[in-house]
Design a protein around this ligand. Sequence first.
Ligand code: SF4
Ligand code: SF4
Length: 57
Amino acid sequence: MLVIDRYKCAYCGACISVCKFNANELVETFVRVDEEKCTLCKMCVRVCPMGAISVEE
Ligand code: SF4
Ligand code: SF4
């Protein structure tokens, strides 16, 4: 599953624009991931400037 470190996230929205599956959204002060939609393609992991997103087995 996709894990977002809330303390590293700067709410820039880059991970949301890059997601082709509309699997994540910015909700107030955190990024929420819809696990049913997320394909773990890792595009958001690559674009996050803060290194806040990781994939956990
Ligand atoms: S891993 Fe891919 S599908 Fe999942 S939230 Fe990131 S960009 Fe979207
Ligand atoms: S790309 Fe990274 S810093 Fe930007 S909103 Fe997504 S998780 Fe937060």
